[in-house]
Design a protein around this ligand. Sequence first.
Ligand code: 5AD
Ligand code: SF4
Length: 450
Amino acid sequence: MPHLNKKVYLETYGCQMNMADSEIVLGLLNEKGCVLTEDIEEADLILVNTCSVREHAEQRIYGRLGEFKSIKNKKPEIIVGVLGCMAERLREKLAGEKAKGVGEQVDIIVGPDEYRKLPELVAKSWHGERGIAVQLSRIETYDDVAPLRTNGVSAWISVMRGCDKFCSFCVVPFTRGRERSRPLASILQEVETLSSRGFKEVTLLGQNVNSYRDKNYDFADLLKFVAEVDNTIRIRFVTSHPQDMSDKLIETIAEHKNICKYIHLPVQSGSDRILELMNRNYSSKHYLNLLGRIKSLIPDVCLSTDIITGYPTETEDDHRRTLDILENVQFDGAFMFKYSPRENTPSFKMADDVPDEIKASRINEIIQLQSKASLINNSKHIGQILEVLVEGESKKSSSEWYGRTGGNKIVIFPKSNLTAGDYIMVNIERANSATLFGSIQKSIVLEDAA
Ligand code: 5AD
Ligand code: SF4
């Protein structure tokens, strides 16, 4: 394999798994001599790590691929690669003989389980060969690949890949394949390396982290071991499925100070009829009981969820039930989506019969209700002193920092003599539905936190 003395520009779309995968891709390319550039104009290789979860995500990426045409016109030798879920799902469309428009610009197509082949495909593409690698794997976890991390404070680690849940609406089981877990020892080793490099936050990632398993160890065991590596590192994890969120896992979160008291637990709908059609394998009652147990063991927990509105056959009554569950739980945050039919999924066979105007009006109602809950929850923090991990300069003002609380709330506060990665105590003075604002109390290390 020749040395690839090339500059690579990479854009990432979609979920945090994709962000983590992009770092793996850069790690693999870097090992073969590629360097990262932030300037697309000077790149030899443009990569786009893509998302297929909703039609809108794919449309955006198609638009972006269209824009690369002018770059290719100016610099015909430039190589464009499509990675990730769209590469997996739309390989024929992107690679087909008759591919017109965006397909013409694409030289390399690589699915989520074939990134190891990327350096070779890149090398070949310089000799005019179009490369495609889209096999899914039952074993690939990239456990021996060193990701190229550009952020020195927070790190993602994929602990499992794929999904076996087959929610009726979801394309992920088809684009990312079957569930498999990365060996526990290799995860712990990576956390130790991150600790020695001064990282302050680790997020364990998986489409379905509660399904993690390595021999007799489950996700609760993994979380405990990871938390115990370095108690100045905060531990987060996403995403959990309500079906297998065990009491053992809830207790593990409660017992460890450096495991963030934040759980993202997608409910998708408040209607049992719709949940059944979605193949979610729980009822709204089960979900509410689960949240009851979580709140009793972790009283200061922050909760967020995902909601889909306008699933096939959803009636006004089903929609009311979704509003009811939001009203009842008062989540700290929610990601809210209009249903988008995805080819090959079981729901795709059902008519997408909720008209877009209805989806739009339902999602507006959901968003309004949720912003009220977020505002109420955020306002409860006014007057509290919260521990915040400093992440960087505020996007809106160069005289302010931003950071996050353990509960995953963004906090803005005036700049002082700090650097990203410092833990500080912030006195919360003001809040809106998205952000908390405050002033610095004192600098601390996590062990000394009150
Ligand atoms: N349409 C709309 N939203 C979807 N999601 C997954 N598939 C679809 C779809 N076909 C949402 C779910 C999931 C989140 C990551 O994306 O809410 O939890
Ligand atoms: Fe998709 Fe359901 Fe798997 Fe999440 S749990 S990735 S929504 S199939």
